[in-house]
Design a protein around this ligand. Structure first.
Ligand code: DX5
Ligand code: ZN
Length: 229
């Protein structure tokens, strides 16, 4: 499905399975296992910005060739100003980087968009939305982290619900024109709360790849979010 912020912010909830919880030796098959997902979430970690190491450009390049699902690259890396546009050039659909790591977030958003991708800004749990409401006017996606970035399988931080609601309000008022995405601890127990707070797009790692039928898990999560939003 093609992503257009003006459409999807009023449309059906989007589900983005995170391959962090997939089998890294079988990524093409793991992508195929979630056919029907809106985005495939790809966590890039550098062992500097977060205390974990995952994958980088070569794997994104191969995944791009292995699946038609739009790639949602979540860069948990230092110096995204330098690295983020490269992921757009590789064909990522959306490239999100962390404001805490960025030098010039506006300029990096422009570079991502110039390379043909949507630009996303991620906020760690301790980072206030209010400080970035002007910068976010240059973004297509806001990623609200509902766990500390770095690892899958952590518990959803309920204290982030007001941040999601504030982002929703900024979109509904017309101040921002972007998709509100949540990442971390999203599962059948928590997705309704995130949806009710106003999220548009839901990243789910362990809740999808830990399920016996990942595609069915995606459908269930989407239905739950739709019922709650
Ligand atoms: C964590 C990553 C998440 C992770 C979510 O830093 O950004 O995308 O895969 O995993 P779950 O859904 O298991 O919390
Ligand atoms: Zn992520």
């Amino acid at each position: 499905m093609q992503y257009d912020a003006a459409v999807t912010t009023t449309g059906a909830p989007m589900i983005a399975p995170s391959i962090l919880s997939a089998d890294f030796a079988r990524l093409a098959e793991e992508a195929a296992a979630v056919t029907g997902s809106d985005w495939l979430h790809v966590d890039v970690m550098d062992n500097h910005f977060v205390p974990n190491l995952t994958l980088g450009e070569p794997v994104v390049k191969s995944l791009r060739a292995a699946t038609d699902i739009p790639l949602d690259c979540h860069l948990m890396i230092d110096d995204p100003d330098r690295w983020a546009p490269g992921y757009a050039e590789l064909g990522a659909h959306n490239v999100t980087f962390h404001v805490e790591a960025a030098g010039d977030a506006r300029q990096t958003a422009r570079a991502i968009r110039a390379a043909g991708a949507k630009a996303g800004l991620a906020l760690k749990p301790g980072t206030a939305l209010e400080d970035y409401l002007e910068v976010l006017r240059e973004f297509d996606t806001l990623l609200v982290m509902t766990v500390e970035p770095g690892f899958g399988g952590q518990a959803f931080i309920d204290e982030m619900l007001p941040k999601i609601a504030a982002a929703r309000a900024a979109v509904d008022s017309g101040h921002l024109r972007l998709l509100v995405e949540v990442d971390g601890g999203v599962n059948t127990e928590t997705i309704e709360r995130a949806a009710a707070a106003g999220a548009d797009c839901f990243v789910a790692g362990s809740a999808v790849y830990g399920a016996a039928d990942p595609a069915a898990a995606v459908r269930r999560l989407r239905a739950q979010a739709a019922a709650a939003s």
